[in-house]
Design a protein around this ligand. Structure first.
Ligand SMILES: Cc1cc2nc3c(=O)[nH]c(=O)nc-3n(C[C@H](O)[C@H](O)[C@H](O)COP(=O)(O)O)c2cc1C
Length: 374
């Protein structure tokens, strides 16, 4: 394992960072190569990671002229809660892979920028220490219900304001880039939220004639019964993350969830799953205009965020880019990245003649050939 090539004095950000996306280019110089491979990689051959990036290329944004946007702002109300802007931090495991202070620094940056951070079940800092003013908690179901319930109660007691139940990763698919880089989880980077629970899988699926997927992982996978159970156990809003098919979106809306996150898990679950952006308009059409929909996958700029909002999202979440900024400059880097992203979104809105996010719709976009198709 070779060492990162650059480290900055505390409290410094590189002078040549002009855009949020610049953090993605710098991150490989600030992380262990195998950590970077684990974070940047996806499942299988990375088809869905690539699809997420390509999906944004097919849209251009129309500049609109002579519109008065001087009353403009980025505030949104989402499922009854006000947010200063529609940029969220997606749940991402093990921030200590990117920076020694891990999720503590990310939460500080979220607080400083009025951003809602969705803390992962698989954090490298305990959930009680990472709750910011506006934080949601991402829940994975544990093998035993009593443990899931205990985790849920801890999140409620700590002050998290919503639960995001991730249901799209029942099977762990190998990250080939991480394997090739011989990635191993470092000793100081453990799943601390779960250390008191029994995380041994309940089903192995290795009996005679059994499949470790059908009779193993999938027997423990989240079910509709689990979703109803989580909703019955908490008064917090329950979102469901990992939705791609419009029929699933409608069924979740009808089951009474607070909102859905359209996501292919950053291309880390089913390799070959569509880009969330490509299905977003159909999901929005299916659930209707008022049902809360968040989008994540491939967002690296304010114009990406603008496109997702135009295609039907009420808010967007940032995955890898938060770890890239964290690796470069800790809390300061994440706060700076979020500030840049918000300014980029404001620039797009202003120049597209949209004073508020409610003014952003698909009429703001022009479909064009994907660069990679040309
Ligand atoms: C290193 C890494 C760890 C992740 N861990 C989780 C997790 O613990 N829970 C979860 O719901 N999603 C997890 N995700 C998926 C993200 O929430 C999000 O869907 C994805 O990163 C968005 O794509 P982007 O990275 O291109 O922005 C993870 C993604 C990455 C890259």
């Amino acid at each position: 394992m070779s060492a990162p090539t650059i480290s900055l004095p505390l409290g410094t950000i590189p002078a040549d960072i002009r855009n949020a996306q610049d953090y993605a280019a710098l991150a490989p110089h600030f992380m262990q190569p195998s950590h970077y491979a684990y974070i940047s990689g996806g499942s299988g051959y990375g088809q869905s990671v690539a699809a997420n990036v390509r999906a944004f290329e097919q849209w251009a944004i129309y500049p609109r002229l002579l519109r008065d946007v001087s009353h403009g702002h980025t505030r949104i109300t989402l499922a009854g809660e006000q947010h200063a802007h529609p940029l969220f931090l997606a749940p991402v495991a093990f921030h200590k892979l990117a920076h020694a202070d891990g999720e503590i620094d990310t939460a500080r940056a979220a607080d400083a920028t009025g951003t809602c951070m969705i803390a992962s079940t698989q954090s490298s800092v305990v959930l009680e220490e990472t709750v910011a003013q506006k934080s949601w908690f991402q829940l994975y179901l544990l093998p035993r219900r009593e443990d899931t319930l205990h985790l849920l109660r801890r999140a409620e007691a700590a002050g998290y304001r919503a639960i995001v139940l991730t249901v799209d990763a029942p099977i762990q698919v190998a990250n080939r880039r991480a394997l090739a880089a011989q990635f191993q989880m470092p000793a100081d980077c453990i799943n601390v939220n779960l250390r008191d629970y029994d995380t041994t899988p309940r089903f192995a699926g290795n009996g005679p004639g059994e499949s470790r997927f059908f009779q193993g992982a999938m027997r423990a996978a989240p079910s509709w019964d689990d979703i109803r159970w989580v909703m019955s156990e908490t008064s917090l809003p329950v979102w469901v993350k990992g939705v791609l098919h419009p029929d699933d979106a409608v069924a979740l809306r009808d089951a009474g969830v607070a909102g859905i996150v359209v996501s292919n898990h950053g291309g880390r679950s089913l390799d070959g799953a569509p880009a969330g952006l490509d299905v977003l308009p159909a999901v929005r059409a299916a659930v209707g205009k008022d049902f809360p929909v968040m989008y994540d996958g491939g967002i690296l700029s304010g114009s990406d965020a603008f496109k997702a909002l135009a295609l039907g999202a009420d808010a967007v979440a940032i995955g890898r880019l938060q770890l890239y900024a964290l690796s470069v400059a800790g809390a300061l880097g994440v706060a700076h990245m979020l500030k840049l992203l918000r300014e980029e979104l404001e620039i797009c809105m202003a120049m597209a003649g949209c004073a508020t996010t409610a003014d952003i719709n698909s009429g703001a976009l022009l479909r064009q050939a994907r660069r990679s198709d040309a």
